[in-house]
Design a protein. Structure first.
Length: 74
């Protein structure tokens, strides 16, 4: 089994850093833009109780499928 070298640092190129920065700016921009539509906690957490059942079900299933990948299989 190969162990990683603890003295080796992972380095990112300029293009990697630009992509990460653009991603964060886009996510923050979308959040700031959509903030005006969520005026209460109910609007934020429950989508103003306007979400249809099938969309809520897909969200629940995708969150659970993603959580399956987190535990260590060992």
């Amino acid at each position: 089994m190969l162990l990683p070298n603890p003295h080796r640092l992972i380095s990112l190129s300029i293009s990697d850093m630009v992509i990460i920065a653009v991603y964060f700016v886009m996510v923050l921009g979308i959040g700031i833009y959509l903030k005006k539509y969520a005026t209460s906690g109910e609007d934020f957490f429950l989508a103003g109780r306007e979400m249809t059942a099938w969309v809520a079900g897909l969200s629940f299933i995708s969150a659970n499928l993603g959580a399956i990948e987190l535990p260590d299989p060992q």
